[in-house]
Design a protein around this ligand. Sequence first.
Ligand code: ADP
Ligand code: MG
Length: 174
Amino acid sequence: MNKKALRSRIIRALKQTQSIDQNLYQKLFEHPDWQTAKTVAVTLSAPIELDTAPIIDRALSQGKRVVVPRTLPDFQMEFVAYDHTTPLFQTAFGIMEPKGGSVIAKPEIDLIIVPGLAFASRTHDRLGFGGGFYDRYLADYQGHTISLARGPQLFETPNWDVNQFDIKIQTIIS
Ligand code: ADP
Ligand code: MG
């Protein structure tokens, strides 16, 4: 293939990937659980994940309170109020976490955007990154959960082992 043809093919493919991500954001913003949520929990995404910055920006611009996770010993975590002035630091795992800030109690969180590696659309199962952080946190969580799944992350049924402690996700957007 000549250079010119290959360039336009790749640019087209990259734009398509971008527009698939835009579509995920759009579906999230149209979801009733998003629209009614006053406090939304979102991660500060790692480079391989769907970028959560547009989600955080939209939430803040709509006057929602944003909370982001901070890991604790023993695979526990808590959520801390976040805005663009919140000081962050990079953990040993390369993830950004808030330094200081107010911890927001679980019952105050209306919606958690749950990260993960794979999701089963029919059974609502989730494969996380292996720490079990969200399984622990969600075990007694009463609010709404939504996960956003890009193409390679989406399965119809889980082709991985599902355990007793694995918590299902209410809504999987793909
Ligand atoms: P992930 O959900 O991140 O993909 P796993 O489902 O494999 O990871 O869980 C990781 C570990 O976390 C498991 O070995 C499990 O023992 C532990 N775990 C998960 N949920 C709980 C819980 N509610 N209480 C105690 N340990 C848990
Ligand atoms: Mg799990």
